[in-house]
Design a protein around this ligand. Structure first.
Ligand SMILES: Cc1cc2nc3c(=O)[nH]c(=O)nc-3n(C[C@H](O)[C@H](O)[C@H](O)COP(=O)(O)OP(=O)(O)OC[C@H]3O[C@@H](n4cnc5c(N)ncnc54)[C@H](O)[C@@H]3O)c2cc1C
Length: 248
């Protein structure tokens, strides 16, 4: 169930030229009961005092080395955006109002699919980062496969790429395909692809009887990938979607 709480900024860094990674702690010290894939909402007011809120997927909580729970988000710069201004300018130690967790974009226990196709662009990869521990269990217990197709314009904009690469090196059943829409990176890797993620789907040969797909991020990408997967015969209930639409 969603709770209201305050988050204090503990750490931050630029993940990419226009994406800031923010790591928070709850001011009340309570843990956030969170299922990987869910999001939180940041509550604030416009300059005229009108209250508003924005949603952000929770990346991961803690790295195991700290007794304090960390709540991490990745915020993409939006020109003229109100939350962009707030979160982009937040200084370490400052607190914001938030609530959560929300959402059902999660890996379901009941799924018995042989392959999970995870698709994202931009900060839409954040929920999959949160899911990595679950994916590890899934790969070990069920022997299924997981493919992550992640669209970015170039290597600089590939968020958490090294983490996904490291996970793929450790887990044979996990394949990470970065898809670059503006051309190859300087040192291309075997699983790199060129183009838009929705155009890579045919290569995966989606199968209605084996696959479940998750789509997260830019609404146009989500719609295009959804249409492509349906054309490949996937049933609507086997395609889960999280669109990063403005919640104003
Ligand atoms: C479930 C969910 C999860 C989300 N998770 C994340 C996340 O993890 N990281 C993240 O960065 N965002 C995420 N978003 C989007 C986020 O909630 C905000 O919409 C986004 O940060 C813009 O807010 P803003 O206040 O800065 O811009 P606004 O003040 O809302 O918008 C300013 C202007 O930019 C336009 N605009 C708004 N959003 C975009 C956009 N994405 N691209 C181009 N133009 C835009 C608006 O139409 C408006 O003209 C998520 C959205 C949803 C619904």
């Amino acid at each position: 169930m969603a709770e209201q709480f305050q988050l204090r900024l503990a750490d931050s860094f630029m993940l990419a030229p226009t994406v800031r990674h923010l790591s928070f702690e709850r001011v009340d010290g309570q843990p956030l009961a969170f299922v990987p894939g869910q999001f939180l909402q940041v509550h604030f007011s416009y300059d005229d005092g009108k209250p508003t809120k924005r949603s952000y997927s929770v990346g991961t909580i803690g790295d195991g080395s700290s007794p304090v729970q960390r709540i991490e988000i990745a915020v993409s710069y939006v020109e003229g955006g109100a939350a962009t201004k707030l979160l982009g300018g937040l200084e370490h130690g400052q607190a914001i109002d938030a609530s959560g967790p929300y959402g059902r974009f999660c890996l379901m226990d009941g799924d018995q699919n042989k392959r999970y196709i995870l698709i994202a662009t931009g900060t839409g990869v954040t929920p999959y980062r949160a899911m990595l521990p679950q994916i590890e269990t899934l790969l070990a217990s069920r022997g299924c496969r997981v493919v992550l197709l992640y669209g970015a314009r170039n290597e600089t904009e590939l968020l958490y790429g090294e983490e996904f690469d490291a996970f793929a090196r450790k887990h044979e059943g996990f394949t990470f395909h970065p898809c670059f829409s503006r051309g190859p990176r300087p040192n291309p890797r075997p699983h790199d692809r060129l183009g838009y993620v929705q155009d890579m789907l045919a290569e995966l040969e989606p199968r209605a009887d084996e696959d479940i797909a998750y789509l997260c991020g830019n609404p146009n990408m989500v719609d295009a990938s959804f249409a492509a997967l349906k054309e490949h015969g996937l049933a609507v209930q086997h395609i889960r979607r999280e669109k990063y639409i403005s919640s104003r």
